[in-house]
Design a protein around this ligand. Structure first.
Ligand code: ZN
Ligand code: ZN
Length: 387
């Protein structure tokens, strides 16, 4: 088995004709740029692009196939320039009668044909098939069925975030309120939680956890990802890893320290002062509106008496959070060491200091072992590394 790095939640900002897909996504976040950056700058071997249902994105995939830059893999997925595998997915919003509020899910389809037929079905279920993360009229269970009849993978997205997520908004207590538990292939943790926190919920114990960037810009790709042990990078190999079959597996999750996530702590919805939701008014501005943090939501739902064995969850500080590491320094590092994965995981302190200041190098090395001091985020603001 070999080592592969995978980020399975990347949006598309614009199509090749500059049509918006994810409205809040950046303009240069096109399919071709994602593949290019993943391969040449990030050092990812697998990317899940989750706006592939959009008809112009499908056209772009067909163009890349015709140009020979993408090739169809026998067991699912498409290979970009012989190095990075594209998995085709779609993020959707469910808000059926059994939901307390809207929630997001990721659906992955094995082939271009199944993605096309899924997209055709979707077009009858939502207002605008060209856009990202659209609300569908179908129920959660019907969506699961549509994915499963096409041999796809179904993964609830960023499950604890206070807006548009399974536990943040969708259900009172259990995923059974909206989903058939046997048709869930994995759970995406989201930036403000980690394995240890999520295992407070007993019903999650038998699902694998995935950690992805939810990137809305090229720079944010791979701020979370997983290391996989596979024979090769394909849809079916990922499926086997999620099922822990034939020695395929997730060997580690790399995620932001939950403290750095935007929604870790409960905060005042108006002035962002940290507070708890059992106090009626914000001590700073007097507002009674709160954005409930992931930490507090998990505490409400916690019911597990023991924790299952999991791949290690490595708290990682993406390079953009490293103090003193601006775009110029980043360019220098990339020019010397190749990809971000190499800089984050493999480059020695000695080699780093040949290119950048000792202080910045020390931050990068400390980030590998969880040695940085952090300040918590909340209410939509990221946490930060203390200088
Ligand atoms: Zn989402
Ligand atoms: Zn997303």
């Amino acid at each position: 088995m070999k080592r592969f790095f995978a980020d399975l939640h990347i949006h598309i900002g614009r199509t090749k004709t500059n049509k918006a897909v994810k409205i809040t996504g950046s303009r240069n976040l096109t399919l071709t740029n994602i593949l290019d950056i993943a391969k040449n700058r990030k050092g990812l071997q697998i990317v899940g692009v989750i706006d592939c249902h959009s008809p112009e994105v499908i056209e772009e995939i067909e163009d890349l196939l015709n140009e020979g830059r993408l090739e169809t893999l026998q067991d699912g997925g498409l290979l970009f320039e012989g190095e990075t595998t594209l998995l085709m997915g779609s993020e959707l919003e469910i808000y059926d009668l059994s939901c307390q509020g809207p929630l997001h899910v990721l659906c992955f389809l094995p082939t271009l044909e199944t993605m096309k037929s899924f997209s055709e079905w979707l077009a009858t279920q939502l207002k605008n098939i060209h856009l990202s993360s659209q609300r569908i009229y179908a129920t959660g269970r019907e969506l699961q069925r549509q994915v499963k009849v096409r041999d796809g993978l179904f993964i609830p997205a960023h499950v604890f975030t206070p807006f548009k997520s399974l536990y943040g908004k969708g259900v009172k207590r259990t995923l059974r309120e909206v989903f058939d538990p046997k048709w869930i292939d994995a759970i995406e943790l989201g930036l403000s939680s980690d394995t240890f926190m999520a295992d407070e919920l007993e019903e999650l114990h038998h699902y694998p956890f995935v950690t992805n960037s939810d990137a809305h810009s090229l720079g944010k790709i791979a701020r979370e990802y997983q290391k996989l042990s596979l024979n090769h990078a394909s849809f079916n190999e990922l499926k086997l890893a999620l099922e822990k079959k034939h020695d395929r597996k997730i060997t580690a999750n790399f995620g932001l320290d939950p403290l750095l996530g935007k929604y870790h702590q409960t905060t005042c919805a108006k002035c962002f002062t940290l507070r708890t939701s059992d106090v009626t008014k914000c001590p700073n501005c007097g507002s009674s509106k709160v954005t409930k943090g992931v930490f507090e939501r998990i505490r409400e739902l916690a019911n597990a008496t023991e924790k299952p064995k999991r791949p290690p969850y490595i708290h990682q500080v993406p390079l953009e959070f490293i103090p003193g590491l601006g775009p110029k320094t980043m360019d220098k590092l990339l020019a010397n060491f190749g990809t971000e994965m190499t800089i984050i995981h493999d480059t020695s302190f000695e080699d780093l200091t040949k290119i950048i200041p000792e202080k910045t190098s020390a931050f990068i090395i400390k980030a590998r072992t969880g040695g940085l001091k952090l300040e918590a985020g909340g209410g939509g603001k990221y946490g930060r590394v203390k200088k």
